[in-house]
Design a protein around this ligand. Structure first.
Ligand code: ATP
Ligand code: ATP
Ligand code: MG
Ligand code: MG
Lengths: 261, 261
């Protein structure tokens, strides 16, 4: 059985792509065939994994062509690691057109779910990187997912949007995907030297700690933007970086959760 | 004459809201009546300026109601500072519906420009905070603007999206708003201690420095998320913070540019 995790938060710059890439790698490194789906027309996960969105777009081998141009999903999947069974369904700028094109499609929020089914049981895990808005593409990710992981900075502006996201998840559960549940909230870019971040973290626990699992925070570290710039997976090139153990733990707890189902 | 500046970048978390709020305040503090328009359904500028999006939404006094429910723009404008003539046209979650509703409207990208004209010459400057996507709302901001200011982190993922933004600006210039021009690129959250940021900053200058103005970088400082959390304008509460002089300089150079027109 394939387990699908959507990494979503409509606030921008909270570490969605960084989390999807490193969690995906940690799952693959534990021996599970893992697919990352890049559902953001900025194609940041695609770039972070060393791929060239322009070239993939010209070859029509992107998730846009799968969703709206009848390209089989299996044909766009590329291997992105030498050390683990990690694969990518890449994105490109063409995906920006999908927001409007999808509206005209019947059952538009369930198209990604339909395409993922076409892969059968090839992957044990699918991790979906979402764009910073609750549009048709993110609805597709929530419509296809078993779990949602919500990264957030420990800052008021980032945390403000969480209630809207949780209520959107509730509606998707009620209307199209009853199997969807919140895996948890992941505090990112945490700077333990500032009282601001500590206060926000306490607030996060006070607001959501009873109902949802809040994972240990991923500390700030410059290796993240550095490895992204180099098109390399942080966990693959620098496994001892602060925070990496959080992504490894995250992968372990997902594997455990799934094993107990 | 009213000068309109859109603060845009489809990459998330690069400092758009922080820039719009502090630039807006710096313009108002130099004695010019200034309006900030929050064109993001996350309503971060609205929250940062101490307003309550939920209450404004119930009272139908938001930019959504102006754009699509015939509410006059003058009726939603609120004063947001005791020390300078700074005003806000607030946002709320309702604005999320605008992305799809606007598509059905004739000349949909020019609705904001039409509404701003209804204010006559009341404001000397209008600063528009954009959402992290190139959707209908950002198109409206570009359709109404004289200038575009592009904040970017000095990190590869943030800088990757700049070509797409510049080509979108070119299309808006050619098709609906010939008066639109790029005011410049503003590097934000710059950490001078890391070689990563210095290298990216050099790359930014190498890629764009000949064609566009690149402003001095705004340094990282924890006061920004702190003041946002308190619903206060950083420049108003803490004018001596690192980077504030950049926002003051930015305001001065905009005022000079406009004076020379
Ligand atoms: N723990 C961390 N420490 C320091 N920098 C980080 C960390 N996690 C992510 N970053 C950096 O912060 C920036 C934003 O992260 P990222 O792009 O993953 O966020 P996002 O939520 O995917 O953004 P968007 O909303 O645009 O999709 C990137 O430059 C990334 O390299
Ligand atoms: N110079 C700075 N130093 C440190 N933190 C900053 C700085 N500028 C902005 N921030 C913080 O970084 C976070 C992202 O900034 P902001 O919300 O302004 O970005 P944005 O581009 O508007 O995000 P979005 O794409 O979600 O609209 C906020 O928590 C903000 O307080
Ligand atoms: Mg991302
Ligand atoms: Mg913003």
């Amino acid at each position: 059985r394939t387990v699908v995790v959507a990494v979503a938060n409509q606030k921008g710059g909270v570490g969605k792509t960084t989390t999807a890439v490193n969690l995906g790698y940690a799952l693959a490194a534990s021996g599970h065939e893992t697919l990352i789906v890049d559902m953001d027309s900025q194609a940041n996960a695609t770039i972070h994994l060393g791929q060239n969105p322009l070239r993939l777009d010209e070859a029509q081998r992107t998730i846009y062509h799968v969703m709206l141009r009848r390209q089989p999903l299996a044909d766009v999947v590329v291997a992105v690691s030498d050390s683990a069974p990690l694969f990518l369904a890449p994105s490109s700028l063409s995906l920006a057109a999908a927001e409007t094109e999808l509206i005209a499609e019947p059952g538009s929020t369930q198209i990604l779910a339909e395409k993922l089914k076409s892969l059968g049981g090839r992957f044990r895990f699918v991790v979906i990187d979402c764009a910073p808005q609750l549009g048709q593409l993110t609805m597709n990710a929530l419509g296809a997912a078993d779990y949602v992981l919500v990264p957030t900075q420990t800052a008021a502006l980032s945390m403000m949007g969480i209630p809207q996201l949780l209520s959107t998840i509730d509606k998707i559960q009620d209307r199209v995907n009853p199997g969807l549940s919140v895996f948890g909230i992941l505090p990112t870019m945490f700077d333990s030297r500032t009282s601001q971040d500590k206060e926000s973290l306490e607030e996060l626990h006070a607001l959501y700690g009873e109902r949802y699992r809040i994972f240990p925070e991923v500390g700030q570290a410059t290796i993240y933007p550095r490895s992204a710039a180099a098109g390399r997976i942080t966990l693959e090139v620098s496994p001892d970086t602060r925070g990496m153990e959080i992504y490894v733990e995250l992968a372990k707890s997902l594997i455990d959760t799934v094993a107990r189902e």
